[in-house]
Design a protein. Structure first.
Ligand SMILES: *Cc1c(COP(=O)(O)O)cnc(C)c1O
Length: 346
């Protein structure tokens, strides 16, 4: 394990803590397909409790959690409304078409933040020869819009108006705890309007593997069948849930540190000639910036930074992405800014 590398590609790269490794080593386990893994059962009931829901199910990835929810909320031939840069539309292998037989009707939203005003014109009219809107999906925080936060009232408003029209709403809350830290609000309050919520333990919360899908009792019972069908019955996965429990209890408490680090990074990078950042939109642990005026492509910048020991992500030829997490320090963020400045000067 190299400590010299500054890895700002994603908050998925975090290493499990010593406390997690100890908990994993001594986890009580059983066969979860028989519902007999006590550690998974504890994680699921704790997640349900924290989100103020009836039930939760542990899944190997956020993608599986989202896709199970989509399968249960829709039927083939329906449309799903989501923001055009959304994870389900771009990073989940077109699985909503493959597995659920649906299409995305994407909506472009400033900063990735949907509102009812943006959604309403995209709803299918109630005409028999038009594909019906089967689901509305929100992503909070919005990854590809740079970790932006959809405000609480906006979420409540969308859920209420969708429900008036009998349309379910799913939240891709991979980073909902980052939104909760930014808004200083409990996740249960923020997400109470949604029919289902997926969140990741494996991102900023620091677990090595796993996500949860939370919702009503019957919905989660059905989710258990779909998870099994997808090959997600994980037997003695209590070793993973043990780390997940620590992530769930301890992870949210320190997210403000990642947010402070991203702010420092963003302000430093914004001062580099040729790099553009919309600073007010930098709210959580992600920053996306435009490097095109440096005369270099995002790939050239990423390659040069890699040679200097800093790993970053590229979104497209113009945009690069930095993500902070528990394995990058404030000092390392400052170093990353200095190295990037040197590369852009050269
Ligand atoms: C990471 C992520 C997911 C799930 O990703 P997995 O790699 O499948 O765990 C879903 N939505 C968003 C917004 C994400 O960032």
């Amino acid at each position: 394990m190299s400590t010299a590398i500054i890895d700002l590609r994603s908050d998925t790269v975090t290493q499990p803590s010593e406390q997690m490794r100890r908990a994993m080593a001594s986890a009580e386990v059983g066969d979860d397909v028989y519902g007999e893994d006590p550690t998974i059962n504890r994680l699921e009931s704790r997640a349900a409790e924290i989100f103020g829901r009836q039930a939760a199910i542990f899944v190997p990835s956020g993608t599986m959690g989202n896709q199970i929810a989509i399968k249960l909320h829709t039927r083939p031939g329906q449309e799903i409304l989501c923001e055009e840069r959304g994870h389900i539309a771009n990073w989940e292998m077109a699985m909503l078409a493959w597995f659920s037989g649906c299409m995305v009707r994407p909506i472009a939203a400033p900063q990735g933040i949907l509102s009812w005003d943006l959604i309403a014109p995209k709803l299918a009219p109630p005409i028999y020869y038009v594909a019906p809107t089967g689901l509305i999906e929100l992503e909070n925080t919005h990854n590809m819009a740079g970790g932006t936060v959809t405000p609480e009232n906006t979420m409540h408003d969308i859920c209420a108006r969708a429900h008036e029209r009998k349309i379910p709403v799913h939240l891709d809350g991979a980073r909902i705890f980052n939104a909760a830290a930014f808004l200083n609000r409990p996740v249960a309050e923020l997400t109470k309007g949604f029919d289902s919520v997926m969140f990741c333990l494996s991102k900023g919360l620091g677990a090595p593997v796993g996500s949860l899908l939370v919702g009503g009792k019957e919905f989660i019972a059905e989710a258990r069948s779909v998870r099994k069908a997808l090959g997600g019955g994980m037997r003695q996965a209590g070793v993973l849930a043990a780390a997940g429990l620590i992530a769930l209890e301890e992870g949210p408490k320190r997210l403000h540190e990642d947010h402070a680090n991203v702010r420092l990074l963003a302000e430093g990078v914004a001062a580099i000639k040729g790099i553009t950042i919309d600073l007010p939109t930098v709210q959580t642990n992600v920053v996306i910036c435009d490097v095109s005026a440096t005369g270099k492509t995002s790939a050239e910048i990423a390659t040069a930074l890699k040679a200097a020991g800093v790993l970053i992500g590229t979104v497209n030829p113009q945009l690069v992405r930095f993500v902070t997490h528990l394995n990058v320090t404030t000092a390392q963020c400052k170093q990353a800014v200095e190295k990037l400045a040197a590369i852009c000067r050269a």
